[in-house]
Design a protein around this ligand. Structure first.
Ligand code: SF4
Length: 456
């Protein structure tokens, strides 16, 4: 039995693909190993969204290639967005790679590996569709903590944001059938998942292409009937399609957390138009007011890009003012990445890297002060926490997350008290830092209490 080691880079959408790839490999008889030196097959599932991600992916390929050269008969696979975007060039530059699989044919990997078993075999380039929609009946090997999972509800994107290469890599938007998503959610819940994080390039596009037509709100209503799911969370909502129906559905369903991630990208009208985001800052302010009015105690997350071509000091100041005025609960800031085959690539007024980094630091500093103020305001409050892990070397302290903290991208709650991973507890906040909270465990919730809390 051959052993396979898989490294995932990039976003949770790539992680979802990796879990399907592992499922296909295990079904074909491969064994998974966490030690690359112990593996006969090394897979790097890459990201190619922005320059830094490409560099990280190439570094990981070089490291895997060194590992390959240390053992006999090892094979190296490059999967994911980098293979999809640059397959032909990479084949020339990286002759040590045995197989390239893209974002649409990674389930063929077991078969492709069989074709490279002989030492004379030639490297296999990528050839396939832009994406592959997951299916509930496909084998999926869930990685990471047992109690939380991502659920990819659609693939591809129909928007034409000037800075973004994703539609060229992953193709046009396509939704998964609603019943298939509910079936997968039920399977995940049966395996112990209590938190489900919905992902896609744009969640709000969900259902518009289905026959009969559906919507994200309808999907939330269906998923919320899965009793074991206590927290259902929305990531990546495109601003134009955040409807009142969606906001009211989030507010009304007890197991959909009052959390929403709406990447706004900028707040200066001229830059928004150049980005092809179609929204003015006045409309964005109205949207934020609507979100806050319709979802009580909502945690609002957004992300911005600084250093887009033509971003003057004045345009950047407008963005700073917008962030100070709107006081987001969570904020991510990216520096613009100059990507070929995007509309922004040829735009005049490209900004030097140093200035982009300085603007990012200034925006993060402004947000740091806002987050600190908000987190200090929670001191004394009781919050619900999903326990993730004990803190190393200390059995009387654990780390967890509140409803307002998404996995991997937001902060943590550090708790005084003993509890098990996957358990929900009530804790009193004792200290608020810029991104994390410190709290004292007050009560461990029994399964019955949790059921009453979420389903009445
Ligand atoms: S909505 Fe997101 S994925 Fe789609 S083009 Fe815009 S930035 Fe890219």
């Amino acid at each position: 039995m051959e052993k396979v080691h898989l490294l995932t880079l990039g976003c949770p959408k790539n992680l979802a693909d990796s879990e399907l790839m592992l499922g296909a490999l295990v079904r074909a008889g491969f064994e998974i190993t966490l030690d690359p030196d112990d593996a006969q097959v090394l897979v790097v599932n890459t990201c190619a969204f922005i320059e830094s991600a490409k560099k990280e992916s190439l570094d990981a390929i070089m490291e895997a290639s060194e590992c390959k050269s240390r053992g006999r008969g090892k094979r190296l696979v490059v999967a994911g967005c980098l293979a999809q975007r640059y397959g032909a060039e990479l084949r020339e530059q990286l002759p040590e790679v045995d197989v390239f699989v893209g974002t649409g044919n990674f389930l063929d990997l077991p078969e492709l590996l069989r074709r490279t078993e002989s030492p004379e075999a030639r490297p296999i380039p990528y050839a396939g569709a832009a994406h592959l929609l997951p299916r509930a009946d496909a084998s999926r090997i869930k990685t990471g903590e047992f109690f939380t999972s991502y659920l990819k509800i659609s693939e591809g994107c129909n928007h034409k944001c000037a800075f973004c290469i994703i539609p060229r890599i992953r193709g046009l938007h396509e939704s998964r059938p609603l019943a298939d998503l509910v079936a997968e959610a039920r399977m995940l819940a049966a395996g112990g998942v209590v938190e489900l994080n919905l992902i896609a390039q744009d969640l709000t596009a969900y259902g518009r292409d289905l026959e009969p037509r559906s919507s994200l709100a309808a999907l939330l209503r269906a998923l919320s009937s899965v009793e074991e799911l206590h927290w259902i969370r929305l990531l990546y909502c495109y601003p134009n399609f955040v409807t009142d129906e969606l906001l009211d559905t989030i507010a009304a369903l007890p197991n959909v957390v009052n959390y929403i991630d709406i990447p706004l990208q900028h707040a200066d009208d001229r830059i928004l138009r150049a980005m092809r985001r179609e929204r003015s800052s006045v409309m964005l302010t109205r949207l934020l007011a609507r979100v806050r009015a319709r979802i009580p105690n909502v945690t609002l997350r957004t992300s911005f890009i600084v250093g887009f071509p033509g971003e003057t000091d004045t345009a950047f100041e407008r963005l700073m003012d917008f962030v100070r005025e709107n006081e987001f609960d969570r904020l991510g800031v990216f520096t613009y990445s100059h990507e070929e085959n995007t509309a922004a690539y040829e735009m005049p007024g490209q900004i030097p890297e140093r200035l982009k980094r300085a603007r990012r630091a200034a925006l993060m500093e402004a947000q740091g002060a806002i987050s600190l103020k908000k987190n200090r305001g929670l001191v004394g409050r009781e919050i619900e926490v999903l326990v993730e892990a004990p803190l190393s070397g200390n059995t009387a302290r654990v780390r967890g997350r509140s409803q307002g903290q998404a996995p991997e991208i937001d902060g943590s709650v550090f708790l005084k008290g003993e509890a098990s991973p996957g358990e929900f507890v009530v804790a009193q906040v004792e200290k608020g830092l810029s991104y994390d909270l410190h709290a004292r465990l007050c009560e461990r919730l029994s399964i019955e209490q949790e059921k009453v809390a979420y389903h009445g």
